[in-house]
Design a protein around this ligand. Structure first.
Ligand SMILES: [Zn+2]
Length: 75
């Protein structure tokens, strides 16, 4: 069953083009006043670490520019 090691699911995070979202705010984890970038996260089925089939829709998130904390975007 060695092949189990080479496929599965993982979350892929990409930059999102959503004008009007993101911006500077105080991060709840690191406490810094940091730029939160709008990004989108989506779970993919991967084979040999290459995403091949998207599972479900993309989730809009905001990522802290300091500590990479990811928050689900409400906008
Ligand atoms: Zn942070």
């Amino acid at each position: 069953m060695w092949f189990i090691l080479f496929f599965g699911t993982r979350e892929v995070v990409r930059d999102a083009d959503r004008p009007g979202t993101g911006g500077y705010q105080t991060c709840p984890r690191c406490g810094q006043y940091a730029l939160f970038r709008p990004r989108s996260a989506r779970t993919w089925l991967h084979v040999f670490w290459v995403p091949v089939i998207p599972l479900g829709g993309a989730t809009p998130i905001l990522e802290c520019g300091n500590c990479r904390l990811r928050l689900v975007s409400t906008s």
